[in-house]
Design a protein around this ligand. Structure first.
Ligand SMILES: [Zn+2]
Ligand SMILES: [Zn+2]
Ligand SMILES: [Zn+2]
Ligand SMILES: [Zn+2]
Ligand SMILES: [Zn+2]
Length: 359
């Protein structure tokens, strides 16, 4: 396909398209304005590398013998860039000789229990009020204290007939004085501590200490200097001309245009000779090397495209580009025609509104 389209070729293609084959030269005489709008579709994927070192620790004796190592400065360590720059990847390394397993500094893998402050037990409440006596008058003689209440107004219960169903008090041991449910305690027995007031710590199960998490209970820690080399794809796209031709033209040219293509894989690689001179500057600037770039894949596509405006036919602009079977011509409404169509639509809307108002 022709590198760039000659005026005669273009005008003859337009003449054929409007049913006047052979009249290309005549179109030129009556006035045809040809604008070159060469198209460019440039896609770049760069693999950008980052290198970081950090201190690493693992509990216990941690085996890192399987990891690759680097010597000295990580930035001097050779790492193969990814074959496919679109792929992300990460390589984990160990600074040679940096790994050592050391004492954790805890008490042989244990640490004092934080929940119970190493006591093994937690304080516990006694049970809730007795549902029968509500804690009021659990025992008519001692009131749950085990001793005779001084402010008691009633006379001694021994001779008196106590409330029905009273039983022997656990506190004062008198018969028929206590609430049958709580037997003088005034409360239900606490299910968690059986009213002892303390219970076994649920965290350490009474052991007073727990496993030290940083060393996983081993009392040992493995430390080393880790190096990490990451590769991440960075994409960019450049499309010309700018402003872009109408959508219909771009779609048609994308489908049937005879695009020329080239692929570059190295920074500084010479641009293809056949590239349209109008694209060289944009391509060169898009392909400049970026910091951290270690690999690239560049796909360049370009297609000659011209627009033809004719004094004979002010309603159309003809777009011409090479297709698989010769030059393709795609007529598109000119700006003038589009504005007129919009004005017609607006007028119709106004008319409809008027009609609607009258009805
Ligand atoms: Zn009592
Ligand atoms: Zn009771
Ligand atoms: Zn309790
Ligand atoms: Zn505990
Ligand atoms: Zn530890």
């Amino acid at each position: 396909m022709a590198e760039s389209l000659s005026q005669d070729e273009v005008l003859e293609a337009v003449a054929r398209h409007i049913g006047r084959p052979g009249q290309g030269p005549r179109l030129r005489r009556t006035g045809a304005d040809i604008t070159r709008l060469p198209m460019l579709d440039l896609r770049v994927v760069r693999s950008v590398e980052t290198r970081t070192t950090r201190a690493e620790t693992r509990p216990g004796r941690y085996d890192i013998s399987g990891l690759p190592t680097f010597e000295g400065k990580l930035r001097d360590h050779p790492v193969e860039p990814p074959r496919n720059p679109a792929r992300s990847g990460r390589l984990e390394l160990v600074l040679s000789g940096s790994a050592r397993t050391v004492d954790c500094g805890c008490d042989e893998g244990r640490q004092p229990c934080a929940r119970c402050r190493a006591r093994g037990t937690l304080d516990c409440d006694i049970g809730p009020s007795c549902p029968v006596c509500k804690g009021v008058e659990p025992c008519t003689w001692c009131d749950g204290t085990g001793e005779r209440r001084k402010d008691r107004a009633t006379s001694g219960p021994a001779g008196e007939k106590g409330p029905s169903g009273r039983t022997t008090c656990l506190k004062c041991r008198r018969a028929r004085t206590a609430c049958p449910q709580c037997r003088g305690r005034g409360t239900e027995q606490c299910r968690r501590c059986e009213d002892t007031g303390f219970r076994v710590c649920p965290v350490c199960a009474g052991e007073r200490s727990t496993k030290h998490a940083p060393c996983d209970g081993t009392g040992l820690i493995t430390r080393w200097t880790a190096g990490s080399v990451g590769h991440a794809p960075e994409r960019s796209t450049t499309r010309l001309p700018d402003p872009a031709p109408p959508l219909r033209v771009r779609q048609q040219a994308g489908r049937t245009g005879a695009w020329q293509r080239a692929t570059l894989t190295r920074a500084g690689e010479p641009l293809p000779d056949a590239l349209d001179p109008a694209h060289v500057k944009a391509v060169a600037s898009a392909l400049e090397s970026r910091p951290g770039e270690v690999a690239r894949q560049v796909d360049i596509g370009w297609l000659p495209l011209v627009s033809v405006a004719m004094t004979d036919d002010p309603d159309h602009v003809f777009y011409v580009f090479p297709g698989s079977g010769g030059l393709e011509v795609l007529p598109v409404w000119s700006r003038r025609r589009s504005l007129r169509a919009a004005a017609v639509v607006a007028a119709v809307v106004v008319l409809l509104l008027l009609v609607a108002a009258l009805v």
